[in-house]
Ligand binder design. Sequence first.
Ligand code: G1P
Length: 300
Amino acid sequence: MAISNPALPMVRKAVFPAAGLGTRFLPATKAQPKEMLPLVDKPIIQYGVEEVLESGLDNIIMITGRGKNSIEDHFDVSFELERILAEKGKNELLAVVREISDMLHIAYVRQKEALGLGHAVLTVRELVGQEPFAVLLADDVIDAAVPVLRQMLEVYAATGHSVIAVEQIPGEAISSYGVVRVEPWDETRFSGPVFRVLDLVEKPRPREAPSDLAVVGRYILTPGIFEFLETTPRGAGGEIQLTDALRGLARHEPIYALRFQGRRHDTGDKLGFLKATVELALKRADLGAAFRQYLQNLPL
Ligand code: G1P
């Protein structure tokens, strides 16, 4: 069931920026999108899509680019595959395959130039229109009892303002993230502490980080963000950064940050990808026991 507050516009649309080149995973990503790399037996992006559905949204906008056709194929009906599976009586697999294409409505938009996350989000301005929307970065796979987007929708329903997910990151690793400066707002009412965001910096040097709270790839944004994206110049890495536009928005309307409950895996990083594979496999009913036994017998 969707979480909503009748006095507020509903969050219906979830945007997945997926136009990035995936250079960190070359050569695996030379001819296939990084979003399609499998974690156990599901492509990375499917974890995010399932999180959206489990959070009560079913309207997805994917921002893709060259070489990303397999994402569209994955979420489309595959008549040939379904026919072969049906003929062979492989009904369980048939159900798995059908479930993916039955899941939801997806619109695809092409980002023609790789000018950064902020630029990607700006390309969906027309499709999103004047309503709040979610942005999910598929690289961040979050294993949580309550889907993180759902946890964030609770904060949106209570405030009517933008909500970003944050996580404490110790030490120098903070420099790989957008980092927030915050003040406490509500410690008790939500799945984790909620802060009021005062400012944000994209990928600060460790000593310049305003806190140890990093932005992870989940955002609920009010449509006001588009005006700031329009005028955001290139920032860190020469790219138009969503963090910089949020900085402008924070001066005009409240933004909240939720320290969510859940375990995040950075699957955009090789070590993070390996850890995610191991942890998710260990949790699987069909594989977990055998995989645990195998790991325990490795001469480490
Ligand atoms: C992006 C955002 C950054 C955020 C991160 C979370 O960076 O720009 O603010 O902290 O995602 O994963 P990227 O990882 O694309 O460099």
